[in-house]
Design a protein around this ligand. Structure first.
Ligand SMILES: [Fe+2]
Length: 516
């Protein structure tokens, strides 16, 4: 029995697996089936919804009676399943229903674009196949374009399965929000480690398989993560707006350049043509498992995941892709002393097309708050010995300045960030940057990162640090935007309570970030 199975048995014993999410989690423990003759419950990965528009949302599921088996335990044939959309949580007042086809080419995933919906309204949905019904999901549409109502949302990401339990997702499921922004590191690509085995971070449960390289590797990794009942509960509770960071493909990838560069750390380089095969597999598996619109479906290594979502007059959310179009990290990557290449004026974090799209979008934007939902640390952050993180915007300062210039005549600029597994609140060029911590990556943590006082002394525009795991709750009021840093005191054991590690606000007319 692996540790994940042990964990689920343990939860089940203590009555912590509740309702449909619990049942789907238990189904995961069935040994992988060799054939799909009698595949059992196909809804082990739950349901999800995403990319809410005022009249439309995406509903997702994936048929996988044996999540870790090749093909999820499904035969290589299309399957027609039923969907139902209702006004109530008991699914008694049905509003829409019909058939949708899950195809083996896309791992029997479903991306159903539901149209004809009312704005700012909660809907419930499920799928049915034969005698099986999926868990019931809840979703919510965006407000109508003309309205100016409060928007509440979460920022979360970095969910290393081995490093800790997804307790923060259980708490996130209970929050009252319009949507969840997931900035990425939805999976980690690394090979499984046993508890006590050396490596990065603690091991409370074990990744299935080796490092992910092929499409089936990535599919199984997503399936393992999606089998987590807390993550499943969060997806069933809220629409997600998802992005990817590096670990959906490979640590610190940049465009189609692998981190394995033939240098001192990785003496055997991965050439771009080999890395492209891996990236294409990673993108396809990401698409198959995320509740994104068909516009984000990859074509080989081509993928457009940056996009704009509008929440009435209150808020424009622009999801950025800081991975696929960036130039390679300068100075050999890592946290190093800056070399001359850092200040290259042609530095590209977004690539020319995305940068132009952002500039044009911001020029015409109507929303009160202009939120850039992205991945890597935006504010300058000089470490005490003068080093910089070349993977963050510090490796691309010319590109950062071009983004800041887009806000020179606009107020309400807010940047959402992840990646560093610590919460921060920063001021940068008149904008507020709220960095979310990790759901589980790097284990329990502590109240404050030990080096934070030194870092903050060297960077007085960094105003807050927390080294607890969790997520950020944001509330966009008319004049103030809140960042409430939800935290769990531990993740290496299950069932941590929810705490608040900090509460900051930024004013619409500027003035940086202040403690609320
Ligand atoms: Fe991460």
């Amino acid at each position: 029995m692996d540790s994940a199975t042990r964990h689920m048995l343990d939860l089940a014993r203590r009555g912590l697996l509740r309702g449909a999410a619990g049942l789907t989690a238990l189904a995961v423990m069935a040994p992988p089936r060799a054939s799909a003759q009698a595949p059992g419950n196909p809804f082990t990965l739950g349901v999800a919804s995403g990319d809410p528009w005022p009249d439309s949302v995406v509903l997702w599921t994936r048929l996988a009676p044996a999540p870790l088996a090749p093909g999820g335990g499904m035969a290589a044939a299309p399957v027609t399943l039923r969907f139902e959309v209702a006004a109530d949580a008991r699914m008694t007042r049905l509003l829409q229903w019909g058939d949708v086809v899950a195809r083996p080419e896309e791992a029997h995933s479903v991306h159903l674009v539901l149209n004809g919906l009312d704005p700012a309204r909660t809907y419930y949905y499920r799928f049915r196949l034969g005698p099986h019904a999926s868990p019931i999901g809840r979703t919510r549409t965006a407000p109508a374009p003309g309205t100016d109502a409060e928007i509440r949302f979460l920022n979360a990401g970095c969910q290393h399965y081995e490093h800790g339990h997804f307790t923060a997702w259980r708490h996130a499921a209970a929050e009252e929000v319009d949507f969840v922004f997931h900035y990425g590191d939805y999976i980690y690509e690394y090979a499984g480690r046993q508890p006590g085995e050396r490596g990065w971070g603690p091991v409370v449960r074990t990744h299935h398989g080796g490092e992910t390289l092929t499409l089936e590797d990535y599919r199984a990794r997503y399936a393992q993560y999606r089998s987590d009942p807390d993550l499943a509960a969060a997806h069933a509770a809220h629409p997600f707006i998802v992005s990817y960071d590096d670990h959906e493909v490979e640590n610190n990838w940049a465009s189609l350049i692998s981190q394995r560069d033939g240098g001192a750390r990785f003496p055997v380089a991965t050439p771009p043509e080999a890395f492209a095969l891996r990236a294409a597999a990673a993108f396809q598996a990401w698409y198959e498992h995320m509740p994104v619109r068909p516009s984000a479906r990859p074509n080989g290594t081509e993928i457009i995941a940056y996009r704009h979502l509008r929440f009435g007059q209150r808020l424009d959310l622009r999801v950025l892709d800081t991975r696929r179009f960036r130039d390679d990290q300068p100075c050999g990557d890592g946290v190093v002393a800056p070399c001359a290449a850092v200040t290259r004026p042609e530095a590209q974090m977004l690539g020319e097309a995305q940068e132009a799209w952002l500039r044009e979008g911001l020029r015409a934007a109507q929303g009160r708050w202009q939120v850039l939902a992205q991945q890597v640390f935006f504010a300058p952050r000089r470490f005490p010995r003068g080093t910089l993180s070349m993977d963050s915007w510090d490796g691309y300062p010319a590109a950062r300045q071009r983004v800041l210039d887009m806000f020179s005549e606009r107020q309400g600029g807010v940047i959402l960030t992840g990646d560093v597994h610590r919460a921060w609140a920063n001021e940068v060029g008149g904008l507020a940057e709220f960095v979310g911590t990790s759901i589980s990556s790097e284990g329990d943590g502590s109240d404050m990162q030990p080096t934070a006082p030194e870092i903050m002394a060297a960077n007085p525009h960094l105003k807050f640090n927390s080294n607890r795991r969790g997520y950020t709750l944001h509330i966009a009021e008319r004049e103030r935007l809140h960042a409430i840093y939800r935290a769990v005191p531990f993740v290496q054991q299950p069932d941590a309570p929810r705490l608040t590690a900090g509460h900051f606000v930024t004013e619409l007319n500027g003035g940086g970030v202040q403690r609320a």
